[in-house]
Design a protein around this ligand. Structure first.
Ligand SMILES: Cc1cc2nc3c(=O)[nH]c(=O)nc-3n(C[C@H](O)[C@H](O)[C@H](O)COP(=O)(O)O)c2cc1C
Ligand code: SF4
Length: 449
């Protein structure tokens, strides 16, 4: 049988024992990596063209070779499983389905980078995933070196925990506050970098856990097999989460280059009968996608060209009953609440925008509020330490530009669209049945639903 080219089991199975994992070839990639020169493993990842699945699409080989080539004697690696973006559940689904593959990818990373320790970071609230990872680590510890020096970190619920610089402060026992310098310059347990003592900056690699599962596949099966799917610049498969106004909310693995239309209509069943698709939000990663852009292939480059982003593959679909002014308010309120306040333009600007949107939805807004929002969007990302402020600018700005009629209708007091949507913060997933969400519908100043 040809080895599987995807990371989720093709037969829909859950890999819940080491025996089951080994029966599918589990463990071979780690042995192959240990028998190879670290540079050869990095070269394989480079040939595969693997790009990070945590949002930015950064090339994994470049990240690893930067830290491997650093003369600092102490290095670390972190697996980012803190998934908290509205409309995503793929990392949790992956950990539930096959934690071994993620741990194997992390062990390969530790070996190749020459890291002293590895940390697998999830949220304290992710109980089923924690149980799966603990069990896998215990089994692996009895069987091989793979689990050696890997520590499970249970972090807070904040969205910012998933931001890589904040993740490091959490691993160190601190709050989820992004620091200034990136992990490869100011790594774990290092004193603030003063540019003069490279041996003390502990360069650290942070990778999304899906990225690490792909590493296992690539090292096990080779770059050619990985490249059989996807596009030239975004090869392979990717996990996608589709939620909102679709007939089948789900997590699915598809070849990159699949179009947004195929994902939403053929895989997720499209909007409910009688409804038209109005908009698709790529989580909070980028600008809203409108119905005329549905034929965009799902790749980092094509989504960028379309003025949006692939992000971490979470897509929230809105049909023609949804009010996008309400969606803008939901996103802005979330980002304001999650902003840590270290950069005043981010915290104050998102507060100002949320308040103006709230006024608009309450029926007490004026044209000058919309002008004020546009002016504020221009300075929200000023001096930002992390990407959260940029999300506010991209998401709210794109909704204002794409759906001016929805905002104007509120100025006239004549919006008859739906206002009981919630931001899809997914708390559970039963394949075939869909998602469970946190929170209840709420519209400012109203009880409608
Ligand atoms: C506000 C914010 C939240 C983020 N949340 C996550 C997250 O939950 N999981 C994740 O892997 N990356 C998240 N990221 C991206 C990480 O900072 C980082 O780019 C990623 O973990 C790198 O892994 P990759 O190269 O494998 O994609 C977030 C970024 C920002 C700005
Ligand atoms: S950009 Fe916003 S969330 Fe990010 S560090 Fe600054 S204040 Fe905090």
């Amino acid at each position: 049988m040809e080895p599987s080219a995807q990371i989720l089991p093709e037969d829909g199975a859950t890999i819940d024992s080491l025996d089951a994992y080994r029966a599918r070839g589990g463990g071979e990639a780690f042995e192959r990596a240990r028998a190879s020169a670290p540079e050869a493993v990095i070269e394989e990842l480079r040939r595969a063209g693997l790009r990070g699945r945590g949002g930015a699409g950064f090339e994994t080989a470049v990240k690893w070779s930067t830290v491997r080539g650093d003369p600092a004697p102490i290095k670390f690696v972190c697996a980012n499983g803190a998934e908290g973006e509205p409309g995503t559940f793929k990392d949790r689904h992956l950990l539930r389905t096959n934690p071994y593959q993620v741990i194997e990818g992390l062990a390969i990373a530790r070996h190749v980078i020459g890291a002293e320790r590895a940390y697998l970071c999830v949220k304290r609230r992710f109980e089923p995933e924690i149980a799966a990872v603990r069990r896998a680590l215990e089994e692996l510890a009895r069987f091989s070196e793979m689990a050696a020096a890997i520590e499970l970190v249970l972090g807070p619920d904040e969205y910012l925990y998933g931001e890589e610089k904040a993740l490091l402060t959490v691993v160190e026992g601190g709050p989820a506050l992004p620091r200034v310098l990136p992990p490869y310059i100011h790594g774990l347990f290092a004193p603030p970098y003063d540019g003069r003592q490279p041996e003390r900056h502990h360069p650290t690699v942070v990778n999304n856990i899906e990225t690490l599962a792909h590493v296992t596949r690539i090292v096990g099966n080779g770059a050619e097999q990985f490249r059989r799917f996807g596009t030239a610049n975004t090869p392979g498969t990717m996990l996608f989460t589709v939620s909102g106004d679709v007939q089948h909310s789900l997590v699915t693995e598809r070849p990159l280059g699949t179009t947004l239309r195929e994902l939403i209509f053929e895989v997720a069943g499209g909007p409910p009968p009688g409804r038209e698709l109005k908009a698709v939000m790529p989580g909070l990663a980028g600008a809203v996608m409108t119905a005329d852009r549905l034929d965009t292939p799902l790749s980092f480059e094509a989504m960028h060209q379309a003025g949006s982003a692939l992000g971490s593959g979470g897509f929230v679909v809105y049909d023609d009953h949804a009010c996008m002014a309400h969606v803008a308010w939901l996103c802005s309120r979330f980002l304001h609440a999650e902003s840590c306040g270290q950069c005043p333009p981010c915290k104050l600007g998102s507060e100002r925008i949320t308040e103006r949107l709230e006024r608009l939805l309450n029926g007490s807004g004026h044209r000058r509020d919309l002008d004020d929002i546009t002016a504020t969007l221009a300075w929200v990302p000023n001096g930002a330490r992390c990407g959260l402020a940029t999300s506010e600018a991209l998401v709210v700005g794109s909704l204002l530009r794409a759906f001016p009629g929805d905002f104007d209708a509120h100025l006239r007091g004549s919006c008859h669209l739906r206002h009981n949507d919630i931001l899809p913060k997914i708390t559970d997933y039963v394949p075939g049945h869909g998602f469970i969400y946190a929170g209840t519908p709420h519209r400012p100043g109203s009880t409608d639903g």
